[in-house]
Design a protein around this ligand. Structure first.
Ligand code: FPP
Length: 277
């Protein structure tokens, strides 16, 4: 299914169009998640203050979102602010990120509307400053009727705390007798995740070269293809999203099964006794 908005290929740059032309329409990802990393390093390499790296990172958010909407990607989920960022970064940086989020939403809302992008959030957003929550609600409501890409910003988000919240929700249902403990299924847990309304990501991109998941979408990425690039987030553009999708399309997704060319499968073979030593 590829229903989320008709692709607007004529709006891609010539470079983007060339990469897009090499993609297979039948195996486009439905959901791309991104760990946006490297803002601080981008600034450091230029002897700039860290906040300028975040500011440049916000530009990448908009440009990548617009390319996603032009190719008709249904779901784009960006790790914008983790629980750990909130707890472990200096207050001045956290406060700056909050102000940046507010001004980002305010100044990009028209472009979101022009690109038919719907904005949503996941995370413990009720713990963010009230004026930030107000702006978030406003952007969500303003874009609620858009039918193109859903841009989900993970804010004050942690994968483990999402599971804790899901378990709390499920525990309440068990207590009220709606669910029997010995009948709990994966679907029951899924139903209580922040992402219950969306498909799991097909592709997870991480910028700036770190080989870590950093507590992002832990449940949801069980079978997600991972693409790590050395490029720092403030340098990441739509063309790089398309290149990551091209790489994704070269992968063979097996979901724990077998590939077509996996060798002959015998009927009921006996295990050979393999003694260690
Ligand atoms: C990592 O850079 C990035 C973050 C702290 C989160 C992402 C934030 C943005 C892209 C800013 C704006 C976002 C929105 C939605 C307005 P880092 O500081 O960890 O980089 P470093 O590892 O190089 O220090």
């Amino acid at each position: 299914m590829y229903s989320s908005g008709t692709p607007r290929i004529d709006e891609l740059t010539a470079e983007e169009r060339a990469v897009y032309a090499s993609l297979k329409p039948e195996s486009m990802p439905q959901h791309v998640a991104i760990i946006m990393d490297g803002n601080g390093r981008w600034a450091g390499h230029r002897s700039l203050k860290r906040f300028l790296g975040h500011q440049q990172g916000a530009k990448s958010v908009q440009l990548v979102t617009e390319t996603a909407s032009r190719i008709g990607l249904p779901w784009l989920t960006l790790y914008a602010f983790s629980l750990e960022n909130n707890l472990r970064r200096p207050r001045a940086e956290v406060n700056f990120l909050m102000r940046l989020l507010k001004s980002y939403l305010e100044s990009n809302i028209e472009r979101m509307m022009a690109n038919n992008v719907r904005i949503r959030y996941i995370g413990r957003t009720h713990e963010l400053p009230p004026e930030v929550q107000d702006k978030m609600r406003w952007a969500e409501e303003t874009t609620a009727r858009n039918t193109g890409t859903t841009l989900t910003l993970a804010l004050n988000y942690g994968g483990r705390s999402e599971m804790v919240d899901a378990v709390r929700g499920l525990a309440a249902e068990i207590k009220s007798g709606q669910v029997a403990p010995d009948r709990i299924t994966e679907a029951d847990i899924h139903r209580h995740l922040y992402t219950a309304h969306m498909p799991d990501p097909d592709l997870l991109i991480r910028t700036s070269g770190e080989m870590r998941i950093s507590n992002y979408l832990l449940w949801q990425i069980a079978y997600t293809e991972i693409f790590v690039t050395e490029r720092l987030w403030p340098d990441f553009r739509g063309i790089h999203l398309l290149e990551a999708i091209a790489d994704f399309q070269r992968r063979e997704r097996r979901y724990g099964g077998l590939s077509d060319n996996c060798g002959e499968v015998e009927n009921d073979p006996e295990p050979i006794n393999i003694a260690a030593g």
